[in-house]
Each structure stands twice: as structure tokens, then as C-alpha cells.
Write a protein that binds this ligand. Structure first.
Ligand SMILES: [Zn+2]
Ligand SMILES: [Zn+2]
Length: 308
């Protein structure tokens, strides 16, 4: 992914890409979910209710809750088929058309659809959606599972609801296994909010666009022109010949990770910029950046592919 978007024209828009409402098993009406996110300072959300027959295959209509400073993307959490461990798949699809044809999945324990997860995610991507593999740790996904989603744009590397409710919120390992296989995936942090627990306002994406519109946000997501966060901000990432430079909000540690065990870091007090040598990454096809603040909150860049 390029890093030039950090300094390109436009603004970073804060959004939550994975949210539920009374359209499926969430506690709040869609209008109230949107109201709360806007009141919390978000620029947009995607309501991604569970796309199964028991909820009438919802692509929850949030268009009435768009206004001058808040927008929404249409989406759903898709379910079909089974992962290696025998559970149904969970896939976040953002930017679905309102008339996206449902699969044959009447409920969460129905595993007999003739359409596979590969077919369904290919179909959703072809219809225009940004596809993310949801909560890989909670789903106990294997690498073979991940290979079933060639249409994936991203992996959910932080799911706040899972972090709060079952301490399985992290997805970096699954994503890195796929990066090491050459898959050019990006990384999203989300809430997966249902509002029955403190599962909201914990993980988000910061998407750089010139306009806060669904089309602009969707295009930037697909282009990887965003970073993810649970607190800190990343202001700029500059690739130099021998170093990577990172500007951020006050941090305790700035880490660069690459293939295998490759990593390098700088630690300090109230770091707002850092320069890290790239020699440790001489054979890594990709690197990424993590910023950690004094409270342990994190911001994650998308993978940056190196041209060795
Ligand atoms: Zn899920
Ligand atoms: Zn969910």
C-alpha cells in the first residue's frame, strides 16, 4: 500500500465498519446507533447486521441518518458454509448494494448451502463491496480457511467486542500469515458493536478522503488509504532509502514489523516522531507500523510493500 495518502489533500474520517442493530441481534435501533456514533465524534459507520434468513437478510437502510457531517455505508455481516473448525463463516461486507441477492442461509446453524464462502465473497466483491475477514481469533481461523477468501481486501485485526467479551480480539497473526503468502491485504480495527456490553467506541479506521461520502470512503478503503486505531493517531509515514519515518500522536513505542520475526522499535516518552532503520527488513516483502501510547492503546498502519 502507498503511504502518500497521509499528506494528500483531504481529511482523515473516523469510522466503524462493523456494527449491529435491531436489524439483527443488536440492542439499539439503527437511528440510535447512528446518533450515538455521530455524538461520539465519528464521521461514518457501516451497519453490518447478520445477513441470515432469521433476520430476513437485512442490509439495514441507514440512508435516512446521513447528514452534513455524518454518513453511512450500506453493508452486512455475511454468513455461509463452515470454517475448518465447523462453525459458520463471518465476513464483513461494506458497500453492498441494497438489493444484494441473499444466499440460502436461513440461520446460523445451517451448513447445507450449495454456495460456498468463496462464491459468496466473490459475488459480494463483484457487487462492489469491501470484504474483510472478521474476528479471526474468535473464529479460530486456520491458514487454509483464509485461502478460501480470495476476494478479501482486509483482515479484521482488532475487534473490540471480541476483545471485551472473550479476549479474542486480535487478528494480526492471521493477517501476517497471509501477507507472508503474498496476499496484499489491509487491516481494519472495528467495534462489532451490539450495545449489550461496553463493545463500542473501542476500535476504528481513519480513512483519508477529500469528501465524507460513501463512494469516496469505499474507494479509499479499497485503496488502503487508511489506518486503524484504538487511540493514537498516525500523522505521516515516510519511506526513505534506509529508514522509515513516522509522525504520530504522543507515543511510548513505535514498532516496525516485517516478515517472520523481523521487527525494530524505538521507545521514549511522548514520542511524536521517529526514524527506524530498515536494515532488519532487507528480505521482508512488507513492513507495517504500530504506534503504542502510554495507556497501551495502539494505532496500526496498513502493510507497506517494499520493492527490494
Ligand atoms: Zn461475527
Ligand atoms: Zn458482528
Amino acid at each position: 500500500m502507498p503511504t502518500s495518502f497521509f499528506t494528500a489533500a483531504g481529511k482523515f474520517r473516523r469510522g466503524n465498519l462493523h456494527t449491529h442493530s435491531t436489524g439483527s441481534d443488536g440492542q439499539l435501533e439503527p437511528a440510535e446507533v447512528c446518533r450515538r456514533y455521530q455524538a461520539e465524534g465519528y464521521d461514518f459507520i457501516a451497519l453490518t447486521d447478520h445477513f441470515v434468513g432469521q433476520y430476513d437478510y437485512p442490509i439495514t437502510d441507514t440512508t435516512p441518518f446521513r447528514n452534513g457531517s455524518f454518513t453511512t455505508l450500506l453493508g452486512a455481516e455475511l454468513h455461509i458454509d463452515t470454517t475448518d473448525n465447523g462453525d459458520i463463516w463471518h465476513i464483513v461486507a461494506v458497500g453492498l448494494p441494497a438489493d444484494f441477492a441473499p444466499p440460502d442461509v436461513p440461520h446460523f446453524r445451517y451448513f447445507d448451502s450449495t454456495e460456498t464462502v468463496t462464491d459468496l465473497t466473490n459475488r459480494a466483491a463483484k457487487a462492489g463491496a469491501f470484504i474483510a475477514i472478521a474476528h479471526p481469533h474468535w473464529s479460530a481461523l486456520t491458514e487454509a480457511d483464509a485461502r478460501c477468501i480470495p476476494a478479501a481486501h482486509a483482515v479484521e485485526v482488532y475487534n473490540h467486542g471480541c476483545a471485551i467479551e472473550n479476549d479474542r480480539g486480535d487478528g494480526h497473526l492471521s493477517c501476517e500469515h497471509m501477507l507472508n503468502e503474498g496476499r496484499r491485504l489491509t487491516m481494519i480495527a472495528t467495534d462489532d458493536a451490539h450495545f449489550a456490553t461496553p463493545d463500542h467506541f473501542g476500535g476504528w479506521v481513519m480513512v483519508k478522503t477529500t469528501e465524507n461520502t460513501p463512494d469516496a470512503l469505499l474507494a479509499a478503503l479499497k485503496a488502503g488509504e487508511y489506518y486503524s486505531s484504538t487511540g493514537p493517531e498516525i500523522h505521516d509515514i515516510r519511506m526513505k532509502r534506509l529508514t522509515i519515518e513516522v509522525d504520530c500522536s504522543k507515543a511510548q513505542t513505535i514498532v516496525v514489523q516485517g516478515r517472520g520475526a523481523a521487527s525494530s522499535k524505538i521507545c521514549g516518552t511522548d514520542l511524536t516522531t521517529g526514524s527506524i532503520a530498515l536494515d532488519r527488513f532487507a528480505v521482508s516483502p512488507w513492513i507495517r507500523v504500530t504506534v503504542i501510547d502510554h495507556a497501551g492503546k495502539r494505532a496500526w498502519s496498513n502493510p507497506i510493500w517494499l520493492d527490494h
